[in-house]
Design a protein around this ligand. Structure first.
Ligand SMILES: Cc1cc2nc3c(=O)[nH]c(=O)nc-3n(C[C@H](O)[C@H](O)[C@H](O)COP(=O)(O)O)c2cc1C
Length: 442
């Protein structure tokens, strides 16, 4: 393996049973595993054996789908899950090197809660905690937190900016050498090295200090996933790593350079932020085998479950015939925003409703299809041409879809010298190649 060569970062998204809308119907999937520690321990074990940088749990604070079309909700496996920081705390005990990343919402938490939980996770795991800071997007989450509707975009991002400022401030509460344990002198810590934040902003009033010493990696790693202009600003200002969802190499190159420029605009080095497009990797020994696998994954998808994923944009599609082209006027019915690539493609290509359901049911992220060699080629091309610093792998079903990547694709990336064979360090920050942050009081 070439040393000194830029290295790809790999994350494994191991939420639930996988990203296929009907993953629970896959014969290799245990439909009851969504709340099984053994299931997630197995996923994390596979990812760590393959030297992935992270396991990642996306999260929402509600059942975020309505029962639209009627009867769809009871067909989805996405209605129960474990609270992810609790789950990561347990996983920290059975893993040693892999980063442990979970989403927490800046709209429906208090900064002190988030600062404390992720600091604790960083301590428990020896420096492997990461926080994916999101602003949340559903009304259903608002309904669980004393509100009738979600915050508007400006407000949720203004709040998020302030929220993260507070969290970072709390994480600096103690200098790394504050706890002197001076038995003779009787001082447990040096009072000069404890800092009271005393933050007073528009949304938050937080005194501090945090009841958690400076964490093993200085502070947990911050991930971000918001794609709007304000989301990109937040990423540029605070994020160490960013999840993106581009569907083409051109979009990835553009998206990555926008985030790098925003980081520079906030006075940071462009290389301080790692950009990780999400991708589902569907491979086989030959391209034909991969195509068969994809067809099979699509055949599992229950059209009603898929329709539920886009009901907010399309309304109730179950009134249409599954095997007829989508109606022409679907795109201008007023309630539809033709926003995602998928929807535009569907309308342009006059897909049948069934085809749209199959595509949507696979998940909104990029699918890289091909022989294992072709997939490794594509990943390397995106990496070399500046579309990615690595990938967030989002398996269609778990743990099988992840095991396939670990067994067949990771070794090919290692052979090319673009992915590690051993972890570089013991903290997530070291493995991601990120500098240890200085305290604001240093
Ligand atoms: C890979 C990826 C992971 C995401 N994970 C979450 C998540 O766990 N929870 C959440 O509420 N939103 C999540 N999002 C959604 C974003 O936070 C955000 O709401 C979305 O990208 C829209 O951007 P905007 O909020 O800037 O408009 C994720 C997005 C991507 C691309």
């Amino acid at each position: 393996m070439a040393t000194g060569k830029r290295q790809m970062k790999l994350g494994a998204s191991i939420r639930g049973l996988g990203y296929n809308a009907s993953a629970w119907r896959h014969p290799d999937v245990d439909p009851g595993a969504s709340e099984s520690f053994a299931h997630f321990a197995e996923c994390a074990r596979i990812a760590e054996a393959a030297k992935f940088d992270t396991v990642f749990f996306a999260d929402g604070l509600a059942i975020r789908a309505a029962d639209e079309p009627k009867g769809s909700l009871c067909r989805s496996h996405e209605n129960v899950e474990l609270e992810p920081v609790t789950l990561l705390s347990a996983l920290s005990v059975v893993t040693k090197n892999i980063g442990l990343v979970a989403t927490a919402s800046t709209s429906y938490n208090e900064p002190y809660h988030v600062a404390r939980k992720y600091a604790s996770l960083d301590h428990l795991s020896g420096g492997r905690a990461g926080w994916n800071a999101v602003t949340s997007w559903s009304e259903q989450e608002a309904w669980n937190f004393n509100r009738d509707e979600h915050y508007g975009k400006d407000e949720r991002y203004d709040r998020a900016n302030e929220f993260i400022e507070v969290v970072l401030g709390l994480w600096d509460s103690w200098d790394a050498d504050a706890f002197i344990h001076d038995v003779e002198g009787g001082r447990f810590y040096d009072p000069e090295k404890m800092h009271v934040l005393d933050f007073k902003g528009r949304y938050f009033k937080v005194r501090g200090p945090l009841t958690s010493s400076r964490t093993p990696q200085g502070r947990p790693v911050i991930f971000q996933a918001g794609a709007s202009d304000k989301g990109l600003d937040l990423a540029g200002r605070f994020a160490d790593a960013v999840y993106m969802a581009p569907h083409t190499l051109d979009a990835a190159i553009k998206g990555r350079s926008v985030i790098r420029e925003r980081a520079a605009a906030f006075g940071r080095s462009m290389d301080d932020v790692k950009i990780l497009p999400g991708a589902q990797l569907v491979g086989g020994r030959t391209r034909g085998q991969a195509e068969d696998k994809l067809e099979y994954l699509k055949s599992l998808i229950d059209p009603l479950s898929a329709m539920a994923r886009i009901a907010a944009q399309f309304g109730d599609l179950s009134v249409y015939d599954l095997d007829s082209p989508l109606p022409d006027d679907l795109g201008d019915s007023g309630k539809i925003t033709v926003s995602s690539n998928m929807i535009r493609k569907a309308l342009e290509n006059r897909w049948t409703l069934r085809k749209l359901c199959q595509e949507v049911g696979m998940g909104q992220q990029l699918v890289i299809l091909g022989s294992y060699d072709e997939i490794a080629d594509t990943m390397q091309e995106w990496f070399d041409k500046g579309g990615a610093d690595g990938f967030n792998v989002m398996p269609s079903y778990l743990p099988g879809g992840l095991a396939d990547v670990a067994e067949h694709i990771v070794p090919r990336l290692q052979d090319r010298g673009v992915f590690r064979k051993e972890y570089e360090g013991s903290t997530l920050r070291e493995n991601l190649g990120l500098a240890r942050p200085a305290s604001r009081y240093a």
